[in-house]
Design a protein around this ligand. Structure first.
Ligand code: FCB
Length: 442
């Protein structure tokens, strides 16, 4: 398996999941800080107050990246560190944290990919409706513009929004994520404003960033397959495919939401102002694909949305309950490429949670993750060979961290983190990946 010599080999993280010190040095609280401090929201009452203490240990963490041989690192900036109220006064200390991080990464030969929004909206903006408020698109673009001005000269790769579908569905529709809302009308509005914010940020990028810098968006994607060839199962699979895979990409590449989904949501469908769809179609430079698993779905009359997902007996599942289905990575990359044209793609997240434990010698052996990584890289390579313009792979995650509503109970890392002592230990998967990268870069 030989990948192109300029391929990016990375790992990914997100601010609230690793940084800790959420209010340090003048930072403003985010909706995740607020949400995780609300009783009953997070498994075991966990929160991101300490997380991996990366805000103070970032230097050591770059050392670990170096040991892994990474030549790229995807992380997110916390909006509220830079703009404590989400808009208005800039917090220089927050900005300096990210400047130091970027400079140190570049110094270590690691290309930074900066995600501007990985779910931690400044809490004060939520008090004004958050993403359900149309103004949020502008607040986001202003924040993005500031970041481009401050860091655009050194950071070559940018992503606007991480998994807008998850923000809309888990944050505003089903309530498992911050801000914990269950309101279909607000969810549809939030989705539309995420797209608008994304596009306005891209426009600011064209004005502010150097011409060779690139910007894209990072949707979560995965095959949605029917459990049988019955017309009903096929119909629900097509609906989920529209909802998950097309809902944010069709507007960007075609200027319209998928019709099946819009018909399904009926009166709650987002109402676009006259120029919105044109703005949303502002060209981007790449798509970041986050891929974890597929769904197999069946029609189910007893379910409020008429479908259920069908557990795949006999298949390996991760600690998240997600089926390990490497072919799905190939399938979804091919689909994106066939559907939206020759735009460069990155795998911006792909990974697995398993029940990792240090042995008596303190080593963490995780053969299942090694298998996962290997099998998915094979599928990535297959996509490349079939002409998909794939430019890089970022494993999720660099280290075990705060897995949102599941707290610290799900370990995705290449590095094992002892959350009592903050000691990091490279797992077998980390060693395997380091070896693989070294061979590729030889
Ligand atoms: C994705 C998120 C990421 C992480 C992984 C497991 O949906 O983008 O932050 O939680 O899932």
């Amino acid at each position: 398996m030989q990948f192109p010599s300029d391929f990016l080999w990375g790992a990914a993280t997100a601010a609230y999941q690793i940084e800790g010190s959420p209010l340090a040095d003048g930072a403003g609280a985010s909706i995740w800080h607020r949400f995780s401090h609300t009783p009953g929201t997070i498994l075991n009452g966990d929160n991101g107050d300490v997380a991996c203490d990366h805000y103070r240990r970032w230097h050591e963490d770059i050392e670990w990246m170096r040991r892994l041989g990474l030549n790229a690192y995807r992380f997110s900036t916390a909006w509220g560190r830079v703009l404590p109220c989400g808009r208005g006064a800039v917090n220089q200390k927050g900005l300096d944290f990210y400047k130091r991080l970027v400079d140190a990464l570049l110094h270590a030969g690691i290309t930074p990919m900066i995600t501007l929004y990985h779910w931690d909206l400044p809490a004060e903006l939520q008090d004004h409706g958050g993403w359900a408020n149309r103004d949020c698109a502008k607040w986001f673009a202003d924040y993005a513009c500031l970041m481009f001005r401050e860091l655009g000269d050194r950071a070559p790769l940018w992503a606007t929004i991480n998994e807008p579908w998850v923000v809309m569905a888990l944050g505003y529709l089903w309530g498992q994520h911050a801000p914990g809302m269950r309101d279909i009308g607000a969810a549809a509005k939030a989705g539309h404003h995420l797209l608008l914010g994304h596009a306005k940020a891209v426009q600011a990028f064209r004005a502010e960033a150097p011409p060779n810098a690139k910007i894209g968006i990072v949707p979560n994607l995965g095959p949605q397959q029917p459990a049988s060839d019955s017309p009903q199962d096929q119909l629900v699979a097509a609906l989920w495919h529209g909802f998950i895979n097309r809902y944010f990409l069709d507007p960007i590449f075609r200027g319209e939401y998928p019709e099946t989904v819009i018909n399904f949501i009926g009166e709650f469908a987002p109402k676009a102002a006259p120029d919105d769809m044109q703005i949303i179609q502002t060209p981007i430079d790449f798509i970041g694909v986050n891929y974890y698993t597929r769904s197999v779905v069946a029609y189910d009359a007893s379910d409020p949305i008429g479908s259920r997902s069908v557990y795949q007996e006999g298949k390996l599942h991760t600690e998240m309950g997600w089926e390990v289905y490497p072919e799905g990575l190939y399938e979804i990359l091919r689909w994106v490429h066939d559907e939206y044209g020759a735009i460069p793609l990155y795998i911006t997240e792909n990974g697995a949670a398993f029940r990792d434990e240090p042995n008596a010698q303190g080593e963490v052996d995780d053969p299942l993750r090694v298998e996962y990584l290997k099998a998915h890289l094979e599928q990535a390579h297959r996509a490349l060979q079939d002409g998909v313009p794939l430019k890089g792979y970022f494993y999720w995650s660099l280290m075990d961290n705060f897995e949102w509503a599941f707290g610290y109970s799900k370990r995705f890392g290449l590095l094992y983190v002892d959350f009592e002592t903050q000691q990091r230990t490279m797992k077998s998967s980390g060693r395997w990946y380091a070896h693989f990268i070294a061979q590729q870069r030889r």
